[in-house]
Ligand binder design. Sequence first.
Ligand SMILES: [Zn+2]
Length: 544
Amino acid sequence: MSLFSRFISVLIIFPVLLLTACSTQSPSPEPQLVVMVSIDQLRADRLDPELPGGLGRLAREGFVFTNATLDHGLTNTCPGHVVMSSGRNPGKTGIPGNSYIDHVTGRERYCVDEPGSDNVVIGSDHTRSPAAITVSTFGDWLKDYSADSRVFSVSAKDRAAITLGGKEADGVYWYHSGTERFTTSAYYAEELPAYVAAFNGADAFEDGFASGFPETWEHPEGSLRVDDYVGEVTMNLRVSGHPLTRGEQRGNQIYFSPFIDDATGELARLVLAEEELGMRGSTDFLAVSYSATDTVGHLYGPFSAESEDALERLDRELGLMLDALDARFGDNYVLALSADHGVQALPEWLRDQDDLQCPVPGGRIEMNAFGKTVFGYLIQRFQIPPDRITDLIGMAAAGVTVNAAVAEEIGLDRAAVLVGLEAFLEAQPGIETVWTEAEIRQGESETARLYRNSWVDGKSGHLIVQSAEDCLIWRPEGTTHGSPYLYDRAVPLVFYGRNIGKGQSDAEAHSIDMAPTLGAAIGMPVPDGLDGAVRSEALRGSGQ
Ligand SMILES: [Zn+2]
């Protein structure tokens, strides 16, 4: 092309460009983006305004509820996430726990599976979908309110990404350690968008998201306790220099490290850019759930050197996220952050602090041995054929079930089995109480109310076992959550950005308040009958 013809084509194209710019650019919506951030397993006491990165910035510049809790008793990941997006307690969402026994089929179900359906995970053979969720969530409300709005969700965990994204999401991505890839299921898309496939690379560790990860995860000595601590899980070593990108377990090793948060954040920012979120004239929604504080926390406990490092790295990652949002939207976005649950400290640590309340020496009830004891009792007491015991008794996150059809088949008085099982469990050291459906429905205590809020007909266990405070029904090492105690239920709750004031409140607040408050911040009506409330004290111009 000659200089002259290039000049002419510029003359021709230039006015066209101007015209296009004028005719298609609609005014920016207010706000351009709603962001929901979940930190998997973050106790309220870990939100530290002194942190230099994004978490600290939110604590300093946002509106912080210092007395926020989950308003339900069964504190797992799946219910903890669905309450954020739905504004309802788990009992109303169809999600009592991470897993439950379907009372009709007697089969154990995972909260976001859909066996027998075509909603297969891309690159795998298992199903994932939001089929078990019985209510609408924030993304659905937004699409009803503004038809062009788009909804995306990213997490290392399928159950977090799906419960935050909901049924109508345009893209929901999570990490699958078996295939070392971020993926989705056919429920959401037939194939991964090219940019997600490129993020994965042909081999994530060669040319994909993990290619820059070091061989080992190095971290400093902790400020609270020594790196090598009794009770920590030995799987990936108990001391710094944890294996990361080498060996057959590398897909799993990165999942149990803070590096999975780096990948999650990077993919979320890729979604932001590639999907032009907030840039097409309507308010869009992006949910991000960071999982490493949970995966790391389970292995080493909340006061470990590993957890301290994971929090610092998360703080840095959230800084990158806020920088990216600032760069794209200025102050024209609104964000809320909470956690799906807290966690119990390692009983060994509590004991060394002289702070272990559990009556069982050492604070641990090893769950496999415990299960065997229970089965042994039932087999002997009710003459149950040993090969039918696991058909009769189901144990899942949502509680213990006694299958009616199996009981009838082997000629058992099911009611008597329930009574016997409850009494036996309640007599075990370290068990606070065992809840029956009637006790949960009619109980007047605060704990009964919390379990009522977790209750789903046909999915919740016939018996729900409540451990005594600080008693861990778990493996020989590591720790978990799931109880109604404050160490599992107290979580951070922060709002930030457009239409949000700066400040804090010690009023009782809950993670179910997230979705309605975000709705109010963007002027969007939310469904009637939510359990959560609009926290008007967080809204700018509320005069508080
Ligand atoms: Zn967990």
